[in-house]
Design a protein around this ligand. Structure first.
Ligand SMILES: Nc1ncnc2c1ncn2[C@@H]1O[C@H](COP(=O)(O)OP(=O)(O)OP(=O)(O)O)[C@@H](O)[C@H]1O
Ligand SMILES: [Mg+2]
Length: 248
């Protein structure tokens, strides 16, 4: 019998798939973690956008830190026309901010302000089915937790979320924050990395008078990967990784 071959999902991030045997294992939940401004939102949205644009895999983006309209504007600076793909039903953006801050929203997909966990998960499930999504992004986990009246429930919620994601069979990226992931804690609650089947850490290193970006694959189940730090840049076309570059 031949060796079991893992189906791969292309990340849409130039240079990145070379580091993980061609892409994320199918149906995987990947955690993207790092300090503020490290590129978590860009990484996650690029995965969704390029998936829809290049690989015809529809994607749902759940934005819990900024309103859908602000996200569209920000991502347009990379030349990504989210609205066009939304019209084509290849992307659905779930606005998880407007209702919480009490602003009216004209979005098609809006999360109500006072949702319990079950409603939250059910809503996401519905949107995934509505566009037959193959990819899902949730930005971010801490902002799910802030919405819960009891933050200590986050552990249960993440377990529930993980089960639902596996059940749906989508490839998902969840973002979380870690002030200094190179040392110490790599996620906010210290449990996100356990539910995720992969962990990608984005961070900075000081080089002479400037900060340089690097990424590290902390884990990726079913995948041979190195534990090296790789340089990356946020360019006008989004994130580009340099697999043969060195980080000092
Ligand atoms: N059009 C652009 N061209 C090049 N770099 C950009 C562009 N837009 C943003 N950036 C860089 O990307 C950074 C923001 O990245 P991003 O929002 O993905 O980070 P994040 O980790 O999600 O941050 P936060 O903690 O605020 O959520 C900016 O600080 C800037 O350095
Ligand atoms: Mg962000």
């Amino acid at each position: 019998m031949g060796r079991y071959v893992v189906e791969r999902v292309k990340s849409g991030i130039p240079g990145f798939d070379d580091l993980i045997q061609g892409g994320f294992p199918k149906g995987t939940t990947v955690l993207v973690t790092g300090p503020t401004g490290s590129g978590k939102t860009t990484f996650a949205v690029q995965f969704a956008y390029k998936g829809a644009e290049l690989y015809n895999e529809p994607a749902v983006i759940v934005t819990l830190e900024e309103r859908a309209q602000d996200l569209r504007k920000e991502m347009a600076t990379f030349g990504w026309d989210l609205e066009r793909l939304e019209r084509e039903k290849k992307i659905a953006i779930v606005d998880g901010v407007s209702a919480v801050v009490g602003l009216p929203s004209e979005e098609q997909y809006v999360l109500e302000g006072n949702l319990n966990t079950e409603d939250f998960l059910r809503y996401i499930y519905r949107v995934v089915k509505a566009i037959n999504a193959k990819r899902l992004v949730i930005d971010s986990i801490p902002s799910i937790a802030f919405r819960l009246h009891d933050e200590s429930r986050i552990r249960e919620v993440l377990l529930q979320l993980n089960t639902i994601l596996l059940e749906m069979g989508v490839a998902s990226i969840l973002t979380t924050e870690a002030p200094d992931p190179g040392r110490g804690k790599i996620s906010r609650y210290g449990i996100e990395e356990y539910i995720a089947r992969g962990v990608v850490l984005l961070d900075f290193v000081e080089k002479e008078v400037e900060l340089k970006r690097y990424l590290l694959i902390r884990k990726m189940r079913e995948t041979k990967h190195s534990m090296k730090k790789y340089p990356f840049e946020i360019t006008e076309e989004g994130i580009v990784v340099y697999p043969s570059g060195e980080v000092y």
